[in-house]
Design a protein around this ligand. Structure first.
Ligand code: ATP
Length: 608
């Protein structure tokens, strides 16, 4: 679908309102076209020596009526037109946001999020301004031009003279055809560089803490300055071509007036038409200059807006990579057993699989623990369970149903996922916890907070659960943030709970409190715990050890300790401070130190 189809559909839906707006503006312009005629008649009467008081009064009244009628009609037309324009803007922004929520993570991983802001803000505004201004100007121009030409033709101005005067103005369409594509291309480049700047600004603002701690503000400023200069360069190049185009139009108008004065003066001097006719001719040429210039403006702006329209249209037509299959069924997670079979997955841009040939089964109510080095594929498995990325067909079944055959909504509402760095919104802590269901009772929020061992901290805040977080609110420490995010997951009370390294930033005592509480509360419900610490998974019914996307060990805590492999080595380091398996010594020690360093860094950065 072309970008213009987006506009066409909107115009079709609002055609009656647009017709009224155009009709009112057109009527105003037709009335306005009478004014050179009135002045021409006044000149002729005056020349014949008939300047009387009544002529002055009647002529003034006519001009006044023309002015008032034009003003009222044009104003009403404009009002309607601008209302429609604003409605278009609001509708497109809402559609863009809805599309934003539908697109898959893979899309944003590839295109980034920052550009969206630019599209939502500047492209939509540019289109709205074009359609509002375009309809106003196009209506004015068309009707004023047609009416003026008809009025000119109905005076005593000789037709050859009329044609000679209008001929230079016919250069305008040629100029439009020449300059249009250039303006459009340059406008596209400007919008693109604005989008890049927005993306860069978003990243810089997000990473401001890191920038400051590494004292690289100067580098950040320089990088941002480069993107601003690029916009300026491109804008100047756009302004150059549109200025040349805009100035060529008055030039054509000036030529037309030269013809009117020389050729028309000759005709008038030889008595071929009246002095009043000559005055009216020059005035009409001035009057039609405006519509011709407006035609140019509209075409110019349309060229610019088409670049935005094409981009918005491409964005709105983007099909989410992960979506409901045809005839998708509602997943009832009453049976929340999990079956993973021959699961191999490679990220779209990656060269090697993140997961290879994974297979395991978990009965409803059981707990699965997953440990493994960073980058071994633990989060990838969680993302595939949630269909953030699409797993291969029939590799993951929940309650016996291939999750690709289930609706995304039913699948995701049956799973509570708590990521490592749970994002908290700039609202109250209570609302953040009750994110999945704002109508829940306060007691439910408090209970979730208690299970996540965050209620004590919340009670020390001056507004308790009503304490606002974020930009104008309180900043939580890394551990508090993580536990609030955990409380949000527990509050959802879903048949399947996935904790993705969700207690890594809390101390060992708090972690054991949380895990014990979880064991009590999740009895009978399926739980997946991804962790670096053995203490978080040792109670699980099944523990998987991942390495480079493959399961290298599986079993219960006791079985794995008996096995004396990677898991046993990790346990020895974490619990006894010794390592019994020589083969993995380096790796396990590295993993432990990295996990602890990660947690410490996170806390430190959050506190700053
Ligand atoms: N969107 C992505 N595109 C391409 N590769 C990715 C993407 N996300 C993760 N990977 C890669 O997939 C592999 C597994 O990553 P994953 O996040 O699942 O590891 P993890 O075990 O959860 O690590 P950690 O313990 O550090 O959280 C890594 O090599 C990672 O670089």
């Amino acid at each position: 679908m072309k970008g213009t189809a987006l506009l066409a559909a909107y115009f079709r839906r609002n055609k009656w309102m647009y017709m009224v707006a155009v009709a009112v503006m057109a009527a105003g312009n037709m009335i306005y076209a009478f004014y050179p005629n009135v002045l021409g008649g006044f000149t002729d009467t005056m020349k014949q020596g008939g300047l009387t008081k009544s002529l002055v009064i009647s002529c003034s009244l006519q001009l006044l009526v023309i002015g008032v009628a034009y003003g009222v009609m044009f104003g009403v037309g404009q009002l309607l037109n601008h209302r429609l324009g604003r409605r278009f803007e609001a509708e497109i922004r809402e559609r863009l946001f809805a599309q934003f929520t539908k697109l898959s993570e893979a899309y944003f991983a590839k295109h980034g999020v920052g550009k969206w802001l630019s599209y939502v803000l500047s492209d939509v505004t540019s289109i709205r301004e074009t359609i509002c201004g375009g309809i106003n100007q196009l209506t004015n121009a068309t009707f004023l031009f047609i009416t003026s030409v008809i009025m000119m033709a109905s005076t005593d101005i000789p037709y050859p003279l009329l044609l000679a005067c209008i001929a230079p103005l016919l250069a305008i369409p040629v100029l439009v055809v020449y300059f249009g594509p250039i303006i459009r291309r340059r406008s596209h480049e400007v919008q693109e560089s604005i989008a890049n700047m927005t993306a860069s600004a978003e990243e810089q603002f997000g990473g401001v803490r890191v920038t400051k701690t590494f004292v690289v503000e100067e580098v950040a400023r320089r990088r941002f300055g480069e993107s601003v200069s690029r916009i300026q360069e491109r804008q100047l190049s756009l302004v150059r071509s549109s200025s040349m185009f805009q100035s060529a139009i008055p030039l054509a108008g000036a030529l037309s007036l030269v013809v009117a004065i020389t050729y028309g003066g000759y005709f008038a001097g030889h008595g071929k038409f009246s002095l009043g006719g000559f005055v009216a001719l020059t005035l009409y040429l001035r009057v039609i200059m405006t519509p011709l210039q407006q035609f140019g403006n509209v075409i110019n702006r349309l060229q610019q807006a088409r670049a935005s329209l094409d981009r918005l249209n491409a964005l709105l037509s983007e099909k989410p990579e992960v979506r409901d299959a045809e005839g998708a069924i509602e997943l009832t997670t009453a049976r929340a057993d999990l079956m993973v079979d021959q699961l191999t997955f490679t990220y779209p841009e990656a060269r090697r699989p993140a997961l290879e040939d994974l297979a395991f089964t978990l009965q409803t109510g059981q707990t699965l623990g997953i440990v493994g080095r960073t980058g071994s594929g633990k989060t990838t498995l969680a993302k595939l369970l949630l269909r953030v990325y699409e797993p291969p067909e029939d590799t993951i079944r929940i309650g016996g149903v291939d999750i690709r055959e289930a609706t995304l909504a039913s699948l995701r509402s049956g799973i509570a996922y708590v990521p490592q760095d749970g994002f908290l919104f700039s609202e109250t802590i209570g609302d953040n916890i009750a994110f999945s269901d704002r109508s829940g009772a306060k007691e439910r929020v408090h209970a979730a907070a208690q299970s996540a061992a965050i209620s004590g901290s919340i009670e020390t805040f001056s507004d308790g659960y009503d304490t606002r977080l974020g930009e104008r609110g309180l900043t939580l420490s890394g551990g508090q943030r993580q536990r609030t995010s955990l409380a949000r997951g527990l509050y959802k009370n879903a048949p399947i709970l996935i904790l993705d390294d969700s207690v890594s930033a809390v101390d060992a005592v708090t972690e054991s409190q949380i895990i014990e509480q979880l064991q009590r509360e999740r009895k009978g419900r399926t739980t997946v715990i991804i962790a670096h610490r053995i203490s978080a998974v040792k109670h699980a019914d099944l523990i998987l050890v991942l390495e480079n996307g493959r399961i290298i060990e599986r079993g219960t805590h006791e079985e794995l300790v008996q096995l004396g492999g990677h898991y046993a080595s990790l346990r020895a380091i974490q619990e006894d401070g010794t390592d019994t398996a020589d083969s993995v010594e380096g790796g396990a020690a590295y993993e432990r130190s990295q996990a602890d360093a990660d947690a410490n860094n996170r806390q430190a950065v959050q506190r700053r």
